[in-house]
Design a binder for this molecule. Structure first.
Ligand SMILES: Cc1ncc(C[n+]2csc(CCOP(=O)(O)OP(=O)(O)O)c2C)c(N)n1
Ligand SMILES: [Mg+2]
Length: 402
């Protein structure tokens, strides 16, 4: 006898007797415990972590994210106030022609400062063009931070000494650099963590996905810190992603993620502290999405009125991170008028010194542009350098004759 045909098998399986025979089995199957959810521990909370209300009053404590020590919060407040004053000064410098371009991070102070405050000095930061405040908050000389934005060809600070990569203008490339550095450090037995700042728009770039994937597979200690400020220049988040939130992008790579209210300084520092600990303890990368808002145009060259309403911007003024932290610290009795005045004075002095130093005309040798491109310059570079040299000499002669 040959093997039963498919139709015959189906006919036997669907007789009433066969269905009755199968039913106890089906019942047993229904009571079998479900397999563990492989995404458990990877998905973010459905709501951003928040420890303070917008008016600075405290919300109930959160077991997963203990509140940072009050001294750290006071220091955070100080750096946020000085950082905001720096930001205002840098914006003014663009209007005076002292700075070519400046992307403000006003409104994002909690993220800028919280990001670097959660790190050790030996950890590495991989910033974008918007992170000037984070870098000054890390203690880098503000003039050196602004060197690139002034139009110079190089990063003004010593990246290796400051454990801070040059500010990245090509979107998301720093995500790959951070993964490589972090992997290299752990490979050599050091417990360095790399923190890569990235914007909401840049999460659509391939480098973001490649960086996160590499870090996940090789357990590189990186914290990917997305500042979702709702816009990529004029492109709103709704045209950027269909994901429930950007933090959900981690699960696809096996990377645990969290979302946080990016205008709540206490929550930002608490979440980042845990993310950094996770990375340092050898568990691989962690993705944090902070919900925040850019209060100023994309840069001084942008006209924000073409793509967003003034009412929208105004609504975010009520969630100001600096006022929020100040109200909280005052209510806890660890900040008073006198302390606020001292910090405000420090911020003024910081801005005045920056203004004075930026008023000095930098002397840049145009021929230095050709150095450091290749160890040995190519024939084309040699030719171009000679061309510039000749043009400069001709201009000098013309000036002397005039
Ligand atoms: C690879 C690449 N593509 C395009 C640009 C042009 N560009 C500069 S900033 C920007 C928007 C980025 O938005 P987002 O990542 O949200 O950061 P934000 O500026 O809001 O901090 C774009 C498209 C670029 N710098 N690099
Ligand atoms: Mg953005």
């Amino acid at each position: 006898m040959g093997p039963p045909q498919v139709q015959e098998v189906l006919a036997v399986m669907t007789t009433p007797q066969a269905v009755r025979r199968a039913s106890p089995r089906t019942r047993r199957k229904a009571t079998t415990p479900a397999a563990p959810d492989p995404s458990a521990g990877l998905l973010p909370r459905t709501e951003p972590v928040r420890l303070l209300n917008p008016d600075g009053t405290a919300l109930p404590a959160c077991d997963d994210y203990p509140e940072p020590p009050v001294e750290a919060l006071r220091e955070m407040y100080r750096r946020m106030v000085v950082g905001r004053r720096f930001d205002v000064q840098a914006t003014a410098l663009t209007k005076q022609g002292r700075l070519a371009v400046y992307p403000s991070s006003r409104g994002q102070e909690a993220c800028q400062v919280g990001g670097v405050l959660a790190l050790r000095d030996t950890d590495w930061v991989f910033p974008t063009y918007r992170e000037s405040m984070a870098l000054t908050g890390r203690g880098i000389d503000p003039v050196e931070v602004l060197t690139l934005l002034r139009g110079d060809w190089h990063c003004g600070y010593d990246a290796a000494a400051m454990h801070t990569a040059p500010q990245c203008t090509p979107l998301a490339t720093q995500c790959v650099h951070a993964a490589g550095l972090a992997y290299g450090e752990s490979y050599q037995g050091r417990d360095t963590v790399a923190l890569a700042f990235i914007g909401d728009g840049a999460t659509s770039e391939g480098d973001f996905h490649e960086g996160v994937n590499f870090a996940a597979v090789f357990k590189a200690p990186v914290v990917y810190f997305v500042q979702n400020n709702k816009y990529a220049i004029s492109v709103p988040l709704s045209r950027q992603t269909a994901a429930p939130s950007l933090a959900y992008k981690g699960v696809g790579y096996g990377v645990p993620s969290e979302q946080v209210d990016g205008n709540d300084p206490v929550a930002v520092l608490a979440v980042l502290t845990r993310a950094v600990e996770h990375a340092r303890s050898g568990k691989g990368p962690f993705l944090v999405e902070a919900h925040t808002y850019r209060m100023e145009p994309h840069t001084n060259a942008d006209d924000q009125t073409r793509y967003r309403d003034a009412e929208e911007v105004e609504a975010w003024r009520d969630r100001d991170p600096v006022a929020r932290l100040e109200a909280y610290l005052r209510a806890r009795g660890v900040l008073d008028d006198a302390a606020v005045a001292v910090i405000a004075e420090e911020a003024e002095a910081y801005a005045a010194a920056l203004r004075d130093r930026m008023n000095a005309q930098p002397t840049v040798d145009p021929l230095s542009l050709f150095e450091h491109v290749y160890a040995e310059p190519t024939p084309q570079l040699v030719e171009q350098r000679e061309q510039v040299r000749a043009e400069l000499a001709a201009a000098r002669d013309e000036e002397a004759d005039a």
